[in-house]
Design a protein around this ligand. Structure first.
Ligand code: MIG
Length: 692
């Protein structure tokens, strides 16, 4: 059951795909009360909370799966320090489910708008959920449903099918900010292939461009780029270049010239293009909220598609603003004035602040405009839609330019709605053990909001990693659809071959490739049915008080539960089993030991390099032989991890890995195992199976 309420005059976000008639009577919900339908200061909703009430959702954010006890802000931010006290990261995901401890009714809530929204989940008052929508119109949806999982399905049916990448994008990717030349890339590929560590993609960060100009490739460092793309593709490697939001201001640079001539950049109040600072220096921001400008910007991806590129990542699209030209000038003036000042401590702080607070100033975000169908809309009203629409520009262009084949695209900034045209990565995390846990806890919240193709920088982006952190992180990363090792310039090098134990990496990453038939099936089934791939235990065992509190284990798809180790020097961890399960302790796809564990609390041994996979009763996990790249994985000969008490049935999904039309290309095989060990496989594809 979905009810829709319109407040003021909302700006269309295109987040919701189905037509839902708006309620004609005033807002009168039992669950949540409208405190002030204010204009200035926004609208405020409140909902009392009792002990044990929980809040799920809100997508990309810090802290646990249950969001209660902190205050979150949907305000897309370029903040590379994801510490616990932060309120916003790169995304704005305004969907939550309120799950009462007892008596009252569960409800879901989605606030559809592009301006700032504050979710005070019991921070100001422990007994109150308080939601404030900043000034401007918005649409509020209230959902009711039988269970948490049904509620997610209902929400997802509103917002439409999640983005589906090409299958190769489920392979392992190596990335680093700082690969400067074709030779750098060749070396990475050589190391992986020589040492038998599977690899499908190498990412190209801003270093590949000619002075950070979008849609250029530095000809000195990447001579004959199309030939290089071809050379890589012969080795089954996909190059994935980055695209930034800001377009360099430079006479003669065609992206700049065209954008300027057509008025496709964001504008100041006086109609001149807004000038900001980003990697290329002074930039204009393409007005991707204007449909014509969006199409124009998207068409530029063709330059790289024509060179043979099949995947992209979109960065700096919150948008990240190093400075605005206006503030820069003001800062210069101020700094000069300090020269003659006596600079007491307060003045000194002001001097420091003048420079240190230059980036991402709210005032600057209120100073420029978008042209939305002829109307000038101030940026802060639609701030949270900007990155989404940059990625939408790409997604829509790919549908035109590559109508048959799926193209990989994922974004840093996002908003609900963008889940239909791209995935996301979780941005600039750090090589901290706590961020491994944060990575895990973000996964289900993102799935709830429609984002299925997701992953974090494995090993950590900022700070120096260690071999054990990278290995433990990969032990989680082998389950995430986007599996990429990425790190920042200036940090310790993080490719597997920097650590002198190639076999460990070969085995762990190899396990990912063996699990591919299962992971791809679960991803596709989640995409096609509007379900989740990463599911909190609370959603599966809602009556089990212990399961409900377990936030460091997850179901991955229908058959298996993971319990990653996220503490340094731990040789195992505590695991809670809501029911009897079969543990596969895996050192590789071939080397494992198996035991059945009863329901309850366990300390489970997991040495470095051992992955714990718990299989549910009457469930199967198909395992392939593996391969050096996705295309090499043979999905027609499978070993079955299984825990069969009566009978287990598994629907295996597969397709050609490329076709956009998955309805046509996709096929299911039903694998059935009976208690006696009988196996049958029925479906489109001939399949050989054996039990392990
Ligand atoms: O201001 O392109 O999140 O993945 O390596 C930093 C350089 C800009 C931020 C991205 C990161 C990328 C980096 N970028």
């Amino acid at each position: 059951m979905i009810r829709k309420y319109v407040f003021g005059e909302p700006i269309e976000t295109d987040a919701v795909e189905i037509r839902i008639p708006a309620e004609t009577k005033a807002f009168t919900e039992d669950h949540i009360r409208l405190l002030s339908p204010g204009r200035q200061g926004g609208s405020v909703f409140v909902c009392p909370m009792s002990d044990g009430d929980r809040i799920y959702g809100l997508g990309e954010n810090v802290r646990g799966i249950n969001k209660r006890g902190w205050i979150y802000e949907s305000n897309c931010s370029d903040d590379p320090n994801h510490t616990e006290e932060k309120h916003s990261l790169y995304g704005a995901h305004n969907f939550l489910i309120f799950e009462p401890a007892g008596g009252r009714e569960r409800f879901g809530l989605f606030i559809d708008c592009g301006q700032k929204v504050i979710f005070d989940c019991g921070y100001t008052d422990r007994k109150q959920l308080r939601i404030t929508v900043a000034e401007g119109g918005f649409v509020l949806y209230i959902l009711e449903n039988e269970s948490l999982l049904d509620m997610v399905h209902e929400f997802r049916s509103m917002i439409g099918r999640s983005y589906i990448p090409p299958k190769w994008a489920f392979g392992y990717g190596q990335s680093r900010w700082g690969y400067r030349s074709a030779e750098d890339v060749r070396q990475i590929v050589r190391e992986h292939r020589d040492q038998g560590v599977p690899l499908d993609s190498v990412y190209m960060d801003i270093d590949y461009m000619e002075r950070f100009k979008d849609f250029t490739v530095d000809a000195g460092r990447f001579p004959d780029f199309p030939e290089f793309v071809e050379e890589m593709s012969r080795q089954h490697i996909h190059l994935v270049p980055i695209i930034d939001a800001g377009v360099k201001i430079e006479k003669g640079y065609p992206v700049y010239e065209e954008g300027l001539a057509n008025g496709y950049f964001c504008k100041n109040e006086d109609g001149t293009p807004f000038v900001g600072g980003a990697w290329p220096g002074r930039v204009h921001f393409p007005d991707v909220l204007n449909p014509d400008a969006r199409k124009w910007f998207g068409d530029w991806y063709r330059v790289l598609l024509d060179a043979g590129i099949e995947g992209f990542w979109n960065d700096m699209n919150e948008p990240a603003l190093f400075y605005s030209e206006a503030y820069l000038q003001e800062a210069f003036r101020k700094l000069t004035s300090f020269r003659t000042d006596d600079l007491d401590i307060w003045k000194f702080f002001e001097l420091k602040g003048t420079v240190l607070s230059m980036a991402n100033r709210p005032e600057d975000f209120r100073s420029f405009y978008h042209n939305m169908n002829g109307k000038m809309i101030r940026h802060d009203r639609v701030h949270n839609l900007y990155g989404s629409n940059m990625t939408r520009a790409a997604g829509e262009a790919f549908e035109r330019l590559s109508p048959e084949k799926r193209i990989l695209i994922f974004s840093r900034s996002s908003c609900i709605g963008m889940h239909r045209c791209g995935g996301i990565w979780m941005g600039d995390n750090q090589s901290w053990w706590s961020h491994l846990l944060m990575n895990m806890q973000m996964l289900p919240s993102l799935n709830m909001c429609g984002f299925l193709y997701i992953g974090a920088d494995l090993g950590g982006f900022g700070s120096d990693t260690t071999a054990d952190l990278l290995i433990r992180w990969l032990e989680l990363g082998i389950f995430t659809p986007l599996m990429r090792n990425h790190s920042s310039m200036g940090t310790r090098e993080q490719e597997f071959y920097r650590f002198g134990e190639p076999e460990t990496f070969q085995k762990i990453i190899g396990l990912r490739y063996a699990l591919l038939p299962y992971l791809y099936s679960e991803f596709m089934k989640a995409a096609l049915s509007g379900g989740m791939m990463f599911i909190p235990l609370a959603f599966v065992w809602p009556e089990d008080g212990m399961a409900v509190q377990t936030e460091d284990q997850l179901m991955v798809g229908e058959s298996l539960m993971i319990a990653p180790v996220y503490r340094q020097n731990a040789a195992g961890r505590y695991v809670y089993l809501p029911e009897e399960m079969k543990l596969y302790r895996m050192r590789s796809a071939q080397d494992m030991d198996v035991e059945i564990l009863e329901a309850g609390h366990h300390f489970v041994r997991a040495e470095l390099g051992e992955v714990l996979i718990f299989v549910r009763a009457d469930h199967l996990v198909p395992l392939a032989e593996g391969g050096q790249y996705v295309e090499q994985v043979n999905t027609s000969s499978l070993r079955l991890m299984h825990f069969v008490k009566e009978e287990a049935v598994y629907q295996l999904y597969d397709d050609d890995g490329y076709s956009r039309n998955v309805e046509l290309a996709g096929h299911l095989t039903e694998i059935r195992v009976t208690a006696g060990g009988g196996i049958t496989a029925e479906g489109a594809m001939p399949l050989k199976c054996e039990l392990i």
